[in-house]
Design a protein around this ligand. Structure first.
Ligand code: ISE
Length: 345
């Protein structure tokens, strides 16, 4: 009989679409976890999620939730601007934390998180880059690692939402959407980003005047590899995220995801997901189960870390500067502290 592992009592900050999904997954679909606390600025929304999680206690203050003795680990899915403050409080309380992307509102705050984590001497921070748990992306990573395509020379990523938000700027699209792709290119290639150059257009002027809702990011990597990322937040037809890595001996690519093809009237149809919650449902579940398993076994997370969160923000800020200047922008990040192992596998 295996050792009885302790159930991890989790507090969730943010009960919106993502936080609510994480809370329900933790409570009902992840073994070894129990949601004991929920906080949201909207008390009714917090109550709705707490009701779905059995006996979870409602908090009106996130810091009180983090400090609560009953809370052993924290999941942050609140607005981006709040992430750094809550993560730093988790570090002060010596509690492991899974923070949805982006880790902070800017690279400087993410660097402060790294400094605080290093000072505490224990890795406690994981960032919600769930593509690291997507079977399709993992398959591409494994193909590269076993040498199936030779040396990678080109990364091509595409990231399409059905419709964006009318109040998000070109910069918001970078930090809210493209940040996943900026992490993916580093993770899949095992290389840091050297330079970015962003071009874009507005495809729906009546909806989002002057905003680049179609962005093409060209990147040069520090390992002599090129990359292009397409981010299109008003694609209309469906939600699709994919990568193709071209190597010196072949390519590796994520495929279409729907499990069913329907043929009739000389036509094949295959459904496309509506949003990230649907497309990455298996990945979110695997991310949480891996996080809980790691906390049970070592008390520390084992996924994308604060360095990954920091470097994706440095690259995002370089993209935003390239949008402003119309010029290529070097990605200048601090030297990787030895506290953070080489690029996460
Ligand atoms: C959203 O916040 C996410 O994180 C999704 O993964 C991404 O595809 C979407 O563009 C973002 O708005």
């Amino acid at each position: 009989m295996g050792k009885d592992l302790q159930t991890i009592a989790v507090g969730v900050i943010g009960a919106g679409g993502m936080g609510g999904r994480h809370a329900r997954n933790l409570q009902a679909r992840v073994s070894g976890a129990q949601v004991v606390a929920i906080m949201d600025a909207d008390a009714a929304r917090a109550q709705h999620v707490a009701d779905a999680c059995g006996s979870a206690q409602i908090y009106s203050d996130a810091h009180q939730l983090i400090q609560a003795e009953q809370v052993q680990a924290v999941l942050i899915a609140s607005p981006d601007r709040t992430h750094a403050g809550f993560v730093l409080e988790c570090l002060r309380q010596n509690k492991p934390v899974l923070c949805e992307k982006p880790l902070a509102a800017n690279a400087a705050d993410a660097e402060k998180i790294m400094q605080a984590e290093i000072q505490g001497g224990r890795k406690l921070v994981q960032v919600g880059f769930m593509r690291h748990y997507d079977p399709q992306h993992v398959g591409v990573k494994q193909a590269i690692e076993r040498g199936a395509i030779g040396r990678p020379v080109l990364f091509k990523g595409w990231h399409r939402n059905i419709i964006g938000s009318p109040d998000e700027s070109s910069a918001d699209i970078v930090t809210g959407a493209a940040i996943h792709d900026l992490d993916s290119v580093r993770w899949l290639l095992g290389q840091e980003i050297e330079e970015v150059y962003v071009r874009g257009i507005n495809t729906v002027p009546a909806f989002t005047p002057e905003v680049w809702d179609m962005q093409i990011i060209q990147l040069t990597m520090r390992g002599h590899c090129l990359a292009t990322i397409e981010v299109y937040v008003n694609a209309q037809y469906g939600y699709e995220v994919g990568v193709e890595i071209v190597g010196t001996e072949g390519t590796a690519q994520t495929g279409l995801t729907a499990p069913t093809l329907v043929r009739n009237k000389r036509t094949i149809t295959q459904p496309i997901e509506e949003d990230w919650l649907e497309r990455f449902d298996p990945a979110y579940l695997a991310e949480l189960q891996s996080w809980i398993n790691s906390l049970q076994q070592s008390g520390q997370p084992n996924g994308p870390d604060a360095w990954d969160g920091y470097t994706s923000l440095v690259a995002a800020e370089a993209c935003i500067e390239s949008i402003r200047s119309g010029q290529p922008q070097a990605v200048k990040q601090v030297e990787r502290p030895s506290f953070y192992p080489h690029l996460s596998s």
